[in-house]
Design a protein around this ligand. Structure first.
Ligand code: PLP
Length: 451
């Protein structure tokens, strides 16, 4: 067995990482995570870390559930692979599609499977354009999305996303995708009160539709709560106004549930939390609790009936669409979420306690704003609470806290100077206490260094 230094040397020589500045590893080398159980990770040095991020917002049922490994093992022996192209299917894909449709809003009854959330959003772009072609309005191609939204890393996903750093690398977005402001009141609300700002941000959509001409607009896409953008919780006025606008102009509504789906908000889907009526919902992550890669698009009846009844064959699909082993794991994950009442536990017990603890962090001198919904939380670091002045060196305070967190045995993510948490839904009250003890200790240490 190779030791840490040997693994790090090989990693440095051969592994090109996603979202990593290879020059900037602080002389430490990459952190090697070796095993996990429940809400904890262990690295190759034997350090135990509480995973406040559930991996990348995905390990909803927690680590180490043998039932998922057993489901994968059984399925690999029974049928390790077959496709769902050309009038074929297999039992795990059928069972999973129907189980997901049962949990989805009543008007959404079909699932198109993909291998990831990014592929789900590529599928969305093709589906909405296909829908309008079939409606005899092929000029309706433009998709409106939001600045600082995240919809994946493929060309379509990164284009739909509104991350300027991603757009700058690779000449994105592709044509036919335009971005409107995000509903980020704390950072961009100016003098408006929160409710007023929520309406203003939603009406940016209406303005953009009118500017482009409604007959050119295919869809609006957004996350219920922007995750990678910094857990941007929209004001309460935002989603009802968005719903009014998409209904009034008849454009399709795509709600990206890749993070919010499968219980993250305390409801099965973020759309249900906000009472939104989407036409399409991209999903991934919590769909298998990250145990195997899988994504999909839950398709509402309006789009499904058009694609099927008028469209005939949709020339689109992935070798791994509905992969039988991933589907078997997804099905077992869904069974556990349901039978163990994990979404109810998140809504009724874990989330209220987590949110109470997050709210208390607002007292810390470094914390300008706290926000959160369900099992998502964020704390935004500022130098001056009253003026909201930031620390110098964009994101440096966030990075410092993230690194101090690790030293204190906790994983949190930094988005600029915002610290984020999204722990497994199964986290227990004493583990939530531990998470926040470690977060407080981290903030105190950071305050010393930033003074
Ligand atoms: N959509 C949202 C809202 C996400 O947060 C992500 C990933 O973080 C994606 C899409 C892309 O999913 P994947 O990384 O599985 O391609």
């Amino acid at each position: 067995k190779r030791n840490t230094a040997q693994l790090q040397a090989l990693d440095a020589a051969h592994h090109l990482h996603p979202f990593t500045d290879h020059r900037d590893l602080g002389g430490r080398g990459t952190r090697i995570i070796e095993r996990a159980s429940g809400v904890y990770l262990w690295d190759s040095e034997g350090n135990k870390l509480l995973d406040g991020m559930a991996g990348l917002w995905c390990v909803n049922i927690g680590y180490g559930r043998r039932e998922l490994a057993d489901a994968a093992h059984r399925q690999m022996l029974e049928l390790p692979y077959y496709n769902s192209f050309f009038q074929c299917t297999h039992p795990p894909a059928v069972e999973l599609a129907s189980a997901i449709a049962e949990q989805a809003p009543a008007h959404m009854n079909r699932v198109f499977f993909t291998g990831s959330g990014s592929e789900a959003n590529d599928t969305v772009l093709r589906m909405v354009r296909r829908y309008w072609d079939l409606q005899g309005q092929p000029q309706r191609k433009t998709v409106i999305s939001r600045i600082n939204g995240y919809h994946g890393s493929t060309v379509a996903g990164a284009s739909l996303g509104g991350m300027s750093a991603m757009h700058e690398q690779g000449d994105l977005p592709i044509p036919g995708i335009v971005h409107i402001p995000q509903p980020y009141w704390y950072g961009e609300g100016g003098d408006m009160d929160e409710g007023e700002f929520g309406l203003w941000a939603a009406r940016q959509l209406e303005q953009k539709i009118l500017e482009l001409g409604v007959d050119r607009v295919a869809a609006f896409i957004a996350e219920p709560i922007q995750g990678a953008g910094g857990v941007i919780v929209p004001p309460a006025t935002y989603w009802p106004e968005i719903q009014r606008i998409v209904d009034q102009y008849g454009i399709l509504l795509v709600v990206d549930e890749v993070i919010c789906g499968f219980g993250r908000t305390g409801e099965w889907f973020g759309s249900q939390y906000y009472g939104i009526r989407p036409d399409l919902m991209p999903i991934a992550k919590g769909m298998t609790s990250g145990y195997l890669p899988m994504g999909g698009v839950i398709v509402g009846d309006r789009v499904a009936s058009c694609l099927i009844d008028q469209g005939g064959e949709f020339f689109h699909g992935y070798t791994y669409s509905g992969h039988p082993v991933a589907a078997a794991v997804g099905l077992e994950n869904l069974r556990i979420l349901r039978e163990e009442g994990i979404v109810d536990y998140a809504r009724e017990q874990a989330a209220p306690y987590l949110q109470q603890k997050i709210a208390a962090l607002a007292e810390h001198p470094l914390v300008g704003q706290v926000r959160g919904v369900g099992m998502l939380g964020a704390l935004e670091l500022v130098r001056d609470k009253r003026t909201r002045e930031r620390f110098p060196g964009k994101g440096a305070a966030g990075t410092l806290c993230r690194d101090l967190c690790i030293r204190n045995g906790l994983v949190m993510r930094a988005v600029g100077d915002t610290l984020i948490m999204s722990p497994p839904l199964v986290i227990q009250p004493q583990e939530i206490d531990e998470l926040f003890d470690k977060a407080w200790r981290t903030l105190n240490m950071a305050a010393e260094e930033l003074r």
